[in-house]
Ligand binder design. Structure first.
Ligand SMILES: [Fe+2]
Length: 477
């Protein structure tokens, strides 16, 4: 049995039970996606990240909430359904697959769901996007190539959206095949056409989960979560943490061809998600959830070090470089003491200077509840709003029997000021067999707790990332 219990059921729940009142202005759909093993994994030691993508949609309208969920019909899902069992082996390791699957996409579409140019795209960083109908959640394209123009074999789960041009900017790593040091940088225009693909190289091949895009720069952080062929050939997962490697912060001009890319060295660090990023002349700033050590207990430490929960604690850290200066290293500054992961921002401020961020955090002031004993991490039990203008935070504390997933910001109105609106986030009730609630909080007073709670009568699959689409952008609006 995998460490995380699969859910496996597709849901149509009409008229969810709600405590409190859902604001009428919250009108649209909250999509979320996470890994959910379609069948018992081929190898019991496989990791939760390898479950098949399962998308849920909370449709909000006039205070009412309906829930629908569907597995993404990836190439892999369809073949496995025909076989009635798992055919693909360990996480991102084709050496462990059944024979004859070499020409099938291994992509699980389990990491992020975004909406661009009228299409719902479900993303996993080892493969091209998969498209779903935004209302029915039927899979409409199991291998999106943007009319054949995408030559990269991979596409990040963290594209960025330029509020001024409407462009979606993405990248793919290991983009020319397993273990390749090639990274493609991809620009899709507001109509959904791929208009540019440029190429760079990385200092070493490893997990390149997220990146930063500003109005004038593109930045990457390479971390020591390194591709490990030997481990894969021995039947293991794709990555191992090599603590002897430095981190590298790479910055290039956004509208160039990548030939001006410069890599700045830093110490061993782990950071996987960007809260926000902007440029000020020649300076480029990127805020990330950064830790000193490997943050993933299921990716082994190459040199045998035990997993270090204290070293894995992430804090919001500002990385920066001044491209006009001669320097071989990047600057970093921890901004707040709060521990957490999976930062988000008001997505209308991607690529431009921003003030507010949001992140699930851990309340270390109370001892862990016995219900979470034995977990490598204490679950996040708070949502924190970060105000970079004042360096102050506001925190909602959910208590010690609740585990909170990533939160997603929704503006109160299309023209609301930055950070003014709601955050939505799933809560597992640990003393109720992890029954799930969707919490709705008002960012004007986060500490007051949820203004409404959508109570599900069951535990739903865990989420990696979620995305809000306002009603007027949905099909048929
Ligand atoms: Fe992510």
């Amino acid at each position: 049995m995998p460490a995380v219990m699969p859910f496996r059921a597709e849901i149509d729940l009409v008229g969810c039970e709600v405590d409190g009142r859902v604001p009428d202005e919250l009108n649209g759909a909250f999509y979320r996606v996470g890994p959910d093993f379609q069948y018992p994994p081929k190898f019991p030691e496989n990791i939760p990240f390898d479950g098949e993508g399962h998308v849920s949609m909370f449709r909000f309208s006039a205070g009412r909430v309906d829930l629908k969920s569907r597995y993404v019909r990836t190439q892999r899902f369809k073949l496995q359904r025909r076989a009635g069992r798992a055919l693909f082996g360990m996480y991102r390791n084709p050496f462990t697959d059944d024979a004859g699957l070499e020409n099938v996409s291994r992509g699980t579409a389990n990491t992020t769901v975004v909406y661009h140019a009228g299409r719902l795209l479900v993303l996993k960083e080892d493969s091209p996007p998969v498209a779903m109908d935004a209302l029915t959640l039927d899979t409409t394209d199991d291998y999106v190539t943007f009319d054949g123009k995408l030559t990269s074999q991979t596409f990040t789960a963290h594209p960025k959206f330029d509020p001024e041009t409407g462009e979606m900017i993405a990248f793919g790593y290991e983009a020319k095949g397993l273990g390749s040091d090639d990274v493609a940088i991809i620009t899709i225009d507001r109509a959904g056409n791929l208009i540019r693909e440029s190429w760079i190289k990385v200092p070493y091949v490893g997990m390149l989960h997220d990146f930063a895009v500003t109005q004038s720069h593109i930045a990457f952080l390479a971390i020591p979560m390194a591709f490990n062929l030997e481990q894969m050939q021995a039947g293991g997962v794709h990555f191992a943490w090599d603590s002897t490697l430095p981190s590298w912060f790479g910055v290039m001009r956004r509208h160039g061809d990548g030939s001006d890319l410069r890599w700045y060295k830093g110490p061993e660090r782990c950071a996987t998600h960007v809260m926000g990023a902007w440029s000020d002349g020649d300076r480029c700033y990127v805020d990330m959830d950064m830790a000193r050590k490997n943050q993933f207990p299921f990716f082994p430490n190459l040199h045998g070090e035990p997993f270090d929960p204290a070293g894995a604690a992430g804090v919001v850290t500002r990385l920066s470089v001044d491209l006009a200066k001669k320097s071989d290293t990047y600057d970093m500054q921890a901004l707040y003491p709060d521990n957490g992961v999976l930062p988000r921002q008001d997505d209308r401020y991607q690529t431009i200077p921003y003030r507010y961020g949001f992140m699930p955090t851990v309340d270390l002031s109370v001892p862990p509840h016995p219900a979470v004993a034995g977990r490598p991490f204490r679950p996040n039990n708070c949502y924190t709003k970060f105000d970079h203008a004042t360096a102050r935070t506001q925190t909602y504390r959910a208590g010690d029997t609740v585990a909170l997933q990533e939160c997603c910001f929704v503006p109160r109105r299309p023209d609301a000021p930055e950070g003014d609106g709601y955050i939505l986030g799933m809560a597992e009730q640990l003393l109720e067999c992890s029954r799930s609630d969707l919490l709705i909080l008002d960012t004007a007073d986060l500490e007051a707790g949820p203004i409404a709670t959508v109570r599900l009568p069951f535990r739903i699959f865990g989420q990696i990332h979620g995305w809000w689409v306002p009603a007027d952008a949905l099909p048929g609006a």
